[in-house]
Write a protein that binds this ligand. Structure first.
Ligand code: CP
Length: 303
């Protein structure tokens, strides 16, 4: 595979291979010297046209842990503020012999377009509401690490599904790997067309949580909302907040997940996020070996 844009062209075997490489990378990160020469001579550019904490920093650290050279492009301080287009920006950067771009953009499909405009490899670090494949990979890895398997797990994803690239990528990936997904939120934030084999869509939180092995809360993406999708924040919290009270409907050992950033006590009760049921910080930790594995697979190949 040359690019990781979404999971459309990735079969179960390749995805499981990626999770196996992640395990190897996690072992590297447990060593006293957390650095290997695997990507020596390669140049990775992180090109973020939207803000990020976890994804960008973990990609940059992942590349450095494998000895690649890293170039950081930040849209807000670049010539895009003078009107330079995405295509011209990428073509300009490519002249600096970039081997791989990690791209985040607010436009759905931006990473696909980028893959046509440059010969470099492309990793989609989130495009609009369409896909965020490395977030889904780290979520799958975290679930597998916790439960020892993905086959047969029931995962509830609750919140602003409409604007969530994380929900879409998780629905694609987890089903490919044998889990089942329930998507839940208010009707205005829950596209019915996301229902597919292995993915159930419901506006009823209790139904979504019933017996679930993991509950992933999603942030209300107010920055992508032009009109009012919810009557009021208190009403939303009352009906869709994931908290200790409604977690009793889930499996007794159910875990809490969140891709971040979290609006504490809105979509998820803060105390629950901080409790022993939560694997939110584990998700962040796993972002690093997952991104090392993806960079390795795309630049070196599976050897
Ligand atoms: N989950 C996620 O993509 O977080 P950042 O926006 O901080 O990268």
């Amino acid at each position: 595979m040359k690019h990781l844009l979404d999971f459309q062209d990735w079969d179960r075997t390749s995805l499981e291979g990626m999770l196996e490489t992640t395990q190897i990378m996690a072992e590297v990160l447990d060593r006293p010297v957390k650095k290997v020469p695997a990507l020596q001579g390669f140049t990775v550019c992180t090109a973020f046209f939207e803000n990020s904490t976890r994804t960008r920093l973990s990609f940059e650290l992942a590349a450095r842990r494998m000895s690649a050279d890293v170039l950081t492009f930040t849209a807000s301080t670049s010539s895009t503020t003078k009107g330079e287009s995405l295509k011209d920006t990428l073509e300009t950067l490519e002249q600096m012999k970039i081997d791989l771009f990690v791209i985040r953009h607010s436009a759905s499909g931006a990473a696909h377009l980028a893959s046509r405009w440059t010969d470099a490899r492309i990793i989609n670090a989130g495009d609009g509401r369409r896909a965020h494949p490395t977030q889904a990979l780290l979520d799958a890895y975290t679930l597998k690490q916790h439960f020892g398997k993905l086959e047969g797990l029931e995962i509830a994803i609750v919140g602003d599904v409409k604007h969530s690239r994380v929900a879409r990528s998780n629905a694609d990936l987890l089903v490919k790997l044998g889990a089942k997904v329930r998507l839940c939120g208010p009707a205005t934030l829950l596209p019915k067309e996301l229902e597919q084999p292995g993915v159930r869509v419901t506006t009823n939180l209790q139904e979504a949580l019933e017996g679930a092995n993991a509950v992933m809360a999603l942030r209300l993406q107010l920055e992508r909302m032009s009109t009012g999708y919810i009557p009021s924040l208190p009403e939303y919290q009352q009906t869709y907040q994931v908290n200790f009270k409604n977690l009793k409907h889930a499996a007794p050992d159910a875990i809490i997940m969140h891709p971040g950033p979290m609006n504490r006590d809105v979509e998820l009760e803060g105390n629950l996020a901080d409790s022993s049921r939560s694997v939110i910080l584990k998700q962040v930790e796993n972002g690093l070996p997952v991104r090392m594995a993806v960079l390795y697979h795309l630049l070196v190949g599976k050897k």
